[in-house]
Design a protein around this ligand. Structure first.
Ligand SMILES: Nc1ncnc2c1ncn2[C@@H]1O[C@H](COP(=O)(O)OP(=O)(O)O)[C@@H](O)[C@H]1O
Ligand SMILES: Cc1ncsc1CCOP(=O)(O)O
Length: 524
C-alpha cells in the first residue's frame, strides 16, 4: 500500500490536555490533515491497547488514513492494522515479516548510519529518523541527531524506495527548518514529519495539525518545483544586482542586528553606517523577538562567545521572520568549545550565509586540507576551492563565502570568484568580521527588495529567508574589497593605523560606478 507519510501523527494519550478526550483529539487531528497515524501505548496493558487500537482504526478508516501499531505485532494482527513500527530493540524485522500478512507496512526507528544500512537490508517500507530535536515525550538513549545529521541518513536511502520521516521535538516553529536543513547533498528530502506533543498536547489539535499541514504543503511543493529549475547567473546580472542593493540600502537603511565580538563591535557598527544601514549591537536573549520583527538582517559572529542563548534565539526568530542570518564562525577550529557551539547554532537555525576564511570553512567541513592558527587561516588554501565551496554550500543548505586573497561565494550550484581587495586588509584586525557585516547589510538589502510588493513570487510560507542571498553575499564582499583597494591607494594612508579609517571613508563614499568598474567577478 502507498502511504502519504507527510504528516505522521504518533499518539500519546498521557499528553492530552485536561478535559480533552482521546478519540475527540484524534478526530480533530485527522480533520487537520494528518496523513498517517501510529498508535503508541507505552503504559497500557494488552487489553487496553487492543481497545484503543480498535477504536482508533474505526476513526482512521472514516478519514481513509492508514493506521500503524507501535511495537506490538499481536495487536497489529488482531486489528488488521496497515502497518507496524519497530524500534531497534523490538521484534527484528525479518521475524516480524514472517508473522505479518504480506503487504503490511513496516517502519523502523533509526538514528545512525548502521541502523539505516540494516533497514535497507531488511527492505523496510519507511524509517523514522530521530530524535532530531530534544524532546521530553520520550526518554532518549542516544544523542539527538540534529537537523544537520539527517541528510547523510537520507542520502543512504538514495536508490531505494524507502520513505523517511523525522521525529523528535518537531513543531510548527521548527518544521520548516527541519525540512529545509535536512535535505542531503544528493538532494534527498524527508517524506514527512512525525509529531506527538505538538498535536496531542494541544487543546486545538485540528489547528495544530493544520498549521503543520500548511507548512508541509508549501515546502514540499516549493522544493519539488525548485529542484527542477536552476537559476543561471552571469557576471552582468550579479554586478547589476549588487548595485541595485547598494542603492536600496542607502535609500531604506535596513536595521542590521549584530551579535559580534568585542574586538570589532565599534568598527562593524561604523562600517554598517558607512554603507547607509543602521546597526544595533544587541546580545540579550530577552530582546531577540522584538528585534526580529524589524525588517533587516542578522549577523552572528562568535569571535567571543559570551551569549550563546542570545545567538540561538536571535537566529530562530530571524528564521521565523524570514530574515537573513549571516554566520561568521570566527576561529571555529581553535577550540573544541567553538566547534561544539558552531554545530549547536547551525542545528538550531538555518544560516542564510556562512562566511569564513579557508581555515574556518575547513574546520566546519571537518576537512584537514587547510589548517588554522587561532582565528587565522594558515597556508595557501584549498587545491580546488571552487568545488570545496560548492559542496559546503550544498551541505549546509545556504550560501557559503570563503575569504582570502581570492574570495569565493556559492549557493551550492553557482560559484562566484572574486578577486578584489588589498593585502592591507590582512594587517588590520577584524577585516573578515567587516566582510561579515557588509554581507549581512547587503543580504538585508536583498531581503527588503524581495519583501517589496510584487517582487517575490512563490509560496512565502516555504521560505526561511527572502531575497537573493548569493547576490547579497557577493555585494558585501565586493563593497569591502573595492573600498579597501580605494583606501590603500590614498596618499594619506601610511600604514594599518590610517588604513582602517580610510576604509570606513571609502565605504561611505563608495559609488556604484566605482564598484562596477573595479569589480573582478567570474561566474564558474
Ligand atoms: N592578500 C590579499 N589580497 C587582497 N585581499 C585580501 C588579501 N587577504 C585578505 N583579503 C581580503 O580581506 C578580507 C578578509 O579576508 P580574510 O583575511 O580571509 O578574513 P579573516 O580576517 O577572517 O581571516 C576578504 O574580503 C579578502 O578578500
Ligand atoms: C516516539 C519518539 N521517537 C523518537 S523521539 C519520539 C517522541 C517525539 O515526540 P514529540 O513530537 O512530542 O517530541
Amino acid at each position: 500500500m502507498t502511504i502519504d507519510f507527510s504528516l505522521y501523527l504518533v499518539t500519546g494519550r498521557e499528553l492530552l490536555p485536561p478535559g480533552k478526550e482521546y478519540l475527540q483529539s484524534l478526530e480533530e487531528a485527522l480533520q487537520g490533515g494528518v496523513t498517517v497515524v501510529q498508535i503508541r501505548e507505552k503504559r497500557s496493558d494488552t487489553l487496553e491497547f487492543l481497545e484503543i487500537a480498535r477504536e482508533s482504526k474505526i476513526l482512521c478508516a472514516k478519514y481513509k488514513v492508514p493506521l500503524i501499531i507501535n511495537d506490538r505485532i499481536d495487536i497489529a494482527l488482531a486489528i488488521q492494522a496497515d502497518g507496524v513500527h519497530l524500534g531497534q530493540t523490538d521484534m527484528p524485522v525479518h521475524v516480524a515479516k514472517t508473522l505479518l500478512p504480506v503487504g503490511t507496512v513496516i517502519g523502523v526507528s533509526c538514528n545512525d548510519p548502521d541502523h539505516v544500512k540494516k533497514a535497507i537490508e531488511d527492505e523496510v517500507d519507511y524509517i523514522g529518523i530521530g530524535a532530531v530535536w530534544s524532546t521530553t515525550t520520550k526518554k532518549l538513549d542516544s544523542p539527538v541527531v540534529g537537523v544537520r545529521g539527517v541528510g547523510s541518513l537520507l542520502q543512504a536511502l538514495d536508490g531505494t524506495n524507502i520513505k523517511a520521516v523525522a521525529i523528535g521535538g518537531l513543531n510548527s516553529t521548527n518544521a520548516l527548518r527541519t525540512l529545509h536543513g535536512s535535505v542531503s547533498i544528493s538532494g534527498h528530502r524527508l517524506d514527512g514529519i512525525a509529531v506527538v506533543s505538538d498535536i496531542v498536547a494541544s487543546s486545538a489539535p485540528r489547528s495544530a495539525a493544520q498549521k503543520l499541514r500548511n507548512i508541509l504543503d508549501a515546502w514540499i511543493h516549493h522544493f519539488d518545483v525548485q529542484s527542477r529549475v536552476t537559476q543561471v547567473y552571469d557576471v552582468g546580472t550579479i554586478k547589476n544586482g549588487v548595485v541595485e542593493l547598494m542603492r536600496l540600502i542607502r535609500d531604506k537603511s535596513p536595521l542590521i542586528h549584530q551579535i559580534t565580538n568585542v574586538v570589532v563591535t565599534n568598527q562593524s557598527a561604523n562600517a554598517t553606517l558607512a554603507l547607509g544601514a543602521s546597526p544595533i549591537m544587541a546580545t540579550a536573549s530577552e530582546e531577540m523577538h522584538d528585534l526580529s520583527r524589524i525588517p533587516g538582517g542578522l549577523l552572528i559572529n562568535f569571535g567571543t562567545i559570551t551569549n550563546k542563548g542570545g545567538m540561538i534565539s536571535a537566529g530562530q526568530y530571524a528564521n521565523e521572520a524570514q530574515k537573513p542570518v549571516v554566520f561568521d564562525p570566527v576561529g571555529v577550529g581553535a577550540t573544541q568549545f567553538r566547534k561544539t557551539t558552531a554545530s549547536e547554532l547551525l542545528n538550531a537555525w538555518q544560516a542564510s550565509v556562512i562566511k569564513g576564511n579557508a581555515g574556518e570553512m575547513a574546520s566546519l567541513a571537518n576537512s584537514n586540507e587547510v589548517q588554522a592558527k587561532g582565528v587565522d587561516s594558515v597556508g595557501s588554501g584549498f587545491a580546488d576551492p571552487a568545488s570545496f565551496i560548492r559542496e559546503i554550500a550544498k551541505k549546509e543548505r545556504c550560501v557559503a563565502v570563503m575569504t582570502g586573497p581570492t574570495d569565493w561565494v556559492s549557493d551550492g550550484v553557482t560559484v562566484v570568484k572574486l578577486e578584489n581587495g588589498n593585502k592591507m586588509l590582512g594587517d588590520i584586525t577584524g577585516s573578515g568580521c567587516l566582510v561579515g557585516t557588509c554581507v549581512a547589510t547587503f543580504c538585508a538589502g536583498a531581503s527588503l527588495m524581495a519583501a517589496a510588493p510584487g517582487t517575490s513570487p512563490g509560496p512565502e510560507l516555504a521560505k526561511l529567508v527572502r531575497g537573493n542571498m548569493l547576490i547579497g553575499a557577493v555585494g558585501g564582499v565586493l563593497a569591502l574589497t573595492v573600498a579597501a583597494e580605494c583606501a590603500a591607494e590614498r596618499s594619506d594612508v601610511h600604514g594599518s593605523g590610517t588604513f582602517l579609517p580610510a576604509l570606513i571613508d571609502e565605504l561611505y563614499n563608495l559609488k556604484p560606478e566605482t564598484l562596477l568598474s573595479r569589480a573582478k567577478v567570474q561566474v564558474l
